[in-house]
Design a protein. Structure first.
Length: 518
């Protein structure tokens, strides 16, 4: 298997990364040289095999320099959502035990606020500038050699998902037991098959999503292992995405359903003026795609859509082509690889075909842990079959073995392909002096799929509900990233909380979903 250094020698001038909007690029030779310099900075800070560092940055040309520095030196790389609040980002930096933090001048305010909250960080680097607590990334790189450190073990990612308390949890895998120069054969082969990558130097992968997400990050690395070019959008824009496909002759791409919705809402003449003929495949995931949206996309782009269902934990995967989907509308596919899927009731008993229950995957090769949370790690295992594990989603199988998602763990909200966990928001709301109890859940949104809704039990019913609603939303925005905050809040005298302390949230949620379909 080839890796970054291979192409730095055989195709030094080939673009490894291009920023879609600006056209700025890094060749394979440049990316390899700069990633080696970053690796030396990490070692200079005292990091070695098995240690952790973090990146918190917008989509940036230098992003992969830091990523490859970790992957080529046996380290754990944690990429952090750049839209998180200071408290949220600090939690991940500290929990991951990251000893180096790399950020950008665009996030300088956040970066400085993180300093007193992250005392375990030994070295702080800022791309495109410097600040009182962060040294210039560019100046630091200039002090280092671009030569590789010598044979190293392969590193990997430790990305964050949510835990039972609403706090994010690091999804930790064992370090690969092979040299960095071997790349990542298993995942690269899977990505090549999924994204129709030919490995001939002509693959162009368009990534319109933030690079801190698992899917675009890992697929981009696989593209580099095959010598292709990754085109990164600075931020998603429906019109610019189409322009990027045409401009860079993209051969493969990856999307979430919300992106499809926004492209479809463009004026037909405007969206159909672009030449998209280079696109071999358009992969989508992160959330179930509305049937009508997918039908329109297939009509527009042809049967090149490919859907998969999986998670950061990588305990199982289903997928299906456009042709399969047209025969099983609404499905997220059949299991792939050495995997079995089981649908079980609340007692762990398998259910008959067609009945909905918790989805368990039996994938012997998938081994992970939630960092610092053995209880959470144990909780995803089947009570009678420890080798079966769940992402917590609810679904059903049809007679042909195709999986359909019908619900989500703890009423997880998926807005625009981003997972939002209600418990974290509820924990903030109940700290407000006027709130006795809070329920947060997703309600329909034509653009995002779902949006965040809160129902509050106040200390006393407000004389001016609109004023209290605005106050509570502003309160959330002080403590949470904007995308997690409720878009609207209703008030009830008593929430349906059971005697055992559990909130009967479905009763609330169903009322709003019924209204949307009435």
């Amino acid at each position: 298997m080839k890796f970054l250094g291979t192409y730095a020698e055989t195709a030094p001038d080939r673009p490894a990364v291009i920023m879609a909007g600006s056209g700025q690029s890094l060749s394979y030779a440049e990316l390899y040289d700069r990633s080696n310099r970053v690796a030396r900075l990490l070692w200079e800070a005292g990091l070695t095999t098995g240690d952790h560092f973090a990146i918190i940055a917008e989509n940036h040309l230098s992003y992969f320099e830091a990523v490859w520095a970790g992957l080529n030196t046996g380290m754990y790389v944690t990429t952090i959502n750049s839209h998180l609040t200071v408290e949220e980002a600090a939690y991940i930096v500290n929990d991951s035990e990251s000893r180096v933090l790399i950020t950008t001048a665009k996030l300088a305010e956040l970066a400085e606020a993180l300093v007193p909250l992250t005392p375990g960080v030994r070295r702080r680097l800022m791309i495109d500038g410097a600040s009182p607590s962060y040294e210039s990334y560019e100046k630091a790189l200039a002090t280092q050699s671009g030569a590789p450190l010598g044979p190293q073990r392969r590193g990997t990612f430790m990305l964050y998902s949510s835990g039972t308390t609403g706090r994010p949890k690091g999804v930790k895998f064992d370090l690969p037991n092979w040299p960095a120069s071997d790349g990542e054969p298993g995942f690269t082969e899977q990505a090549a098959a999924t994204f129709l990558l030919e490995g001939d130097g002509n693959d162009v992968y368009l990534s319109p999503a933030p690079l801190y997400h698992a899917a675009p990050l890992r697929v981009s690395v696989a593209v580099h292992c095959l010598g292709g070019t990754v085109v990164v959008m600075e931020r998603f824009d429906a019109l610019e995405a189409l322009r990027a496909i045409e401009r860079y002759r993209a051969t493969s791409s990856q999307w979430v359903p919300t992106m499809f919705v926004r492209m479809l809402k463009l004026d037909r003449a405007e969206r159909e003026k672009f030449d998209l003929s280079s696109l071999r495949i358009a992969v989508h995931a992160a959330a179930p795609c509305p049937v009508e949206v997918k039908l329109q996309m297939i009509e527009w782009w042809g049967p090149i859509l490919y859907e998969y269902y999986s998670g950061t934990e990588n305990i199982g995967r289903t997928a299906l082509t456009s042709e399969e989907w047209l025969q099983h509308k609404g499905s997220v596919g059949q299991v792939k690889g050495d995997t079995e899927v089981h649908i079980c009731d609340e007692n762990g008993e398998e259910l008959p075909t067609g009945e909905a229950g918790t989805i368990y995957f039996d994938t012997p090769a998938a081994v992970f842990e939630y960092y610092h949370d053995a209880d959470k790690t144990s909780s995803v295992a089947h009570p009678k079959h420890p080798g079966w594990r769940t992402l917590g989603d609810i679904g059903r199988l049809d007679e042909d073995g195709y999986l359909y998602l019908t619900d989500r763990q703890a009423h997880m909200i998926i807005a625009g392909g981003v997972n939002i966990y209600p418990q974290e928001i509820e924990d903030i709301l109940v700290m407000h002096p006027d709130v006795l109890d809070a329920a947060v859940f997703g309600v329909p949104n034509d653009d995002l799929g779902e949006e965040v809704k809160a129902v509050i039990q106040p200390r006393s019913m407000p004389a001016d509900p609109a004023a209290l609603e605005a106050e509570l939303i502003a309160y959330c925005r002080k403590h949470l990233a904007g995308f997690k905050c409720p878009r609207s809040i209703d008030f009830m005298e008593q929430l349906p909380r059971l005697d055992n302390g559990k909130l009967y949230k479905r009763q609330l949620r169903d009322q709003y979903w019924k209204k949307s379909t009435a």
